[in-house]
Design a protein around this ligand. Structure first.
Ligand code: ZN
Length: 243
């Protein structure tokens, strides 16, 4: 028998140990700045240069954190290297799974990536580093070098659709996996969150690692409330050993 396909679904909680703030959490930016949600809402971003400038400043702030993969990211990549088939479905845009060593093609970023920047006019992609360097150099709202169009992070903002191709591939993983491990997500943002339900319905073992309750807890074979940084490495070494 082949090794079971393990789907790791990660949310904001996966990256809090890396110093990436959970913008929806109690201490999050959304609470600090009442209209902060506008910074990541497509309509406001496109329509208001001041929102764009604030949005870029927020990106620069996050970039300056220099977040590194934590023990949980490293454990996921380690499991993959050990020969267990692993796919990562993530709500995070920080790229820390790949930085930890997960191959790019095995990571499905449902909410896009903050490591890249895309032109809203000509779709040209470039690196976030380059955009932030232009910011530092004094351009508070850098425009596309190719066409002058509005640049935005390659993240899925509120008011934007998820990439249908990424979503379709994530659904296929959820339906085809034997273990679905949901880490650090309240499993409340749709349609991404319903992947847990799809996996359970298709017969996968659903394991949830999250501090708070989730709507999918009743379907879970195992619920772990322990901190992610210790729980995930322990759990994954058990899975690697076939447990
Ligand atoms: Zn362009």
């Amino acid at each position: 028998m082949g090794k079971p396909l393990v789907a790791v679904f990660s949310g904001a909680g996966m990256s809090t140990d890396s110093g990436i703030p959970d913008y929806r959490g109690p201490q999050g930016l959304w609470r600090r700045e009442p209209d902060a949600e506008k910074l990541v809402t497509y309509e406001y971003y496109m329509g208001d240069p001041e929102i764009r400038r604030r949005s870029w400043r927020m990106r620069a702030e996050i970039g300056a954190l220099g977040a590194r993969p934590n023990a949980a990211h490293l454990a996921v990549a380690e499991l993959e290297r050990s020969g267990v088939p692993v796919r990562v479905l993530t709500q995070n845009v920080d790229g820390l799974h790949q930085l930890a060593g997960m191959p790019e093609r095995k990571v499905f970023e449902l909410h896009g990536s903050a490591r890249a920047v895309v032109c809203t006019a000509c779709s040209a992609r470039s690196g976030m580093d380059e955009a932030l360097a232009r910011l530092t150099a004094g351009d508070p709202d850098p425009a596309c070098r190719a066409c002058g169009g509005i640049l935005k992070p390659a993240t899925v903002m509120f008011g934007q659709r998820l990439d249908p191709e990424v979503l379709a591939r994530a659904v296929a993983v959820a339906k085809g996996c034997q273990v679905f491990l949901a880490v650090g997500s309240t499993l409340q943002v749709q349609p991404a969150a319903s992947l847990a339900g799809m996996a359970a319905e298709a017969g996968a073992r659903l394991i949830i690692v999250n501090a708070e309750e989730t709507p999918y807890d009743p379907l879970a074979e195992e619920i772990i409330r322990e901190p992610i940084g210790t729980a995930v490495p322990k759990l994954l070494s058990r899975i690697a050993e076939g447990g």
